[in-house]
Design a protein around this ligand. Structure first.
Ligand code: SF4
Length: 337
């Protein structure tokens, strides 16, 4: 088995607010392997984006507590100083944000913005070299007439084209890890498919690993090799994508899959819903954070209410649930119905 490109261990991220401490990420551990696509899925507020931001060290401030380890190329990214961090961002890891309009600077041409990202890591590059790199990056992400368009401003592009520019900026230094945080949410469905295809093609070409954050299970099914499901700041299931869709092993995953349409499976009948709402991250339920909404919960004074379950092997996946393995596999096989 190859060495992970990046290992996240016991990551905690808490925000101090007027109402109390928000535990946005509460002890998450996972690896991303070289060249793979790891999908991270969950409802809003489950901790997906905060986890990604912690890897990029984007959410650090005086009101934020971060602990744990993020090990990449032998270094804990949580411990490197700001100068070193600047040399790692863009080269080791880069990020594509949800909204390309706010990710781009409206006052600079797109060519300048791609060039700036390149020059941070290649300060001695000549003007003509940089121009060549920018044109090449624009061609790779499918911008037509790049010699003309490199002098255009972000507002002169469509949403899909803007996201292509953001991807060009992220990939111009050939990072080992590309983090894409809901990269298609702001785009219409046809453009969404094109952007996902583009990320896949460039991933093959550059050999980068991709961490794809989304709430869209369809996107996960199409693009991911492995999937981590998050709920209330915890990783509740980690599985290969086929395993996850065939035999989900965590009641929350079962609920998620039951709540989306499937064109080729009529056996699950009507769409399921997960009762209740996600818990407050300031006052998380004791035990399993999912217990107030879980229909398999074991009742008063049970482990479900007293002890937080940890990820452990269940079938071919890893699941954080107190139920016996045989029962979880049975629930998954039935799709929770
Ligand atoms: Fe449900 Fe209990 Fe499993 Fe949590 S630990 S998912 S409450 S059965």
């Amino acid at each position: 088995m190859s060495t992970p490109l990046i290992s996240i261990r016991d990551l905690h991220v808490s925000f101090h607010t007027q109402d109390g401490v928000v535990k946005a990420v509460d002890g998450v551990s996972f690896d991303v392997m070289p060249g793979e696509t790891l999908g991270i899925v969950g409802e809003s507020g489950s901790g997906k984006s905060v986890t990604a931001n912690a890897i990029m060290r984007l959410n650090f401030g005086t009101q934020v507590d971060v602990s744990g380890e993020i090990i990449m190329n032998g270094k804990n990214l949580l411990e490197v100083d700001d100068d070193e961090l600047r040399t790692l961002r863009g080269r080791q890891m880069a990020m594509v944000f949800q909204d390309p309009l706010t990710a781009l600077n409206p006052f600079y041409t797109v060519g300048n913005q791609i060039a700036e990202a390149y020059l941070i890591h290649h300060p001695k590059a000549t003007k003509s070299e940089v121009r060549e790199i920018v044109l090449n990056a624009m061609v790779k992400v499918g911008i037509p007439e790049p010699t003309k368009r490199m002098d255009s401003y972000p507002h002169e592009f469509s949403g899909g084209m803007r996201q292509r520019i953001v991807i060009a900026i992220a990939l111009v230094n050939n990072p080992q890890l590309l983090i894409a945080d809901e990269p298609t949410t702001a785009l219409d469905v046809t453009v969404q498919a094109q952007i996902l295809e583009l990320i896949g093609t460039l991933q093959e070409e550059y050999g980068s690993a991709v961490m794809l954050i989304t709430h869209d299970l369809g996107v996960i099914a199409e693009t991911a090799d492995r999937v981590m499901v998050m709920y209330a700041g915890h990783a509740v299931e980690l599985a290969n994508v086929d395993e996850l869709f065939e035999t989900p092993t965590h009641p929350y995953t079962v609920g998620l899959l039951g709540s989306v349409h499937s064109l080729d499976d009529s056996s699950r009948g009507a769409l399921q819903t997960i009762s209740g709402t996600p818990p407050s991250l300031i006052n998380l339920p004791t035990g399993c954070a999912f217990h107030p909404r879980c229909r398999f919960e074991l009742g008063e004074n049970s482990l479900c209410r007293t002890e937080a379950p940890q990820l452990h092997a269940v079938g071919k996946s890893r699941s954080a649930c107190h139920l016996p393995e045989s029962q979880l596999l049975q629930i998954g096989a039935k799709g929770g119905v």
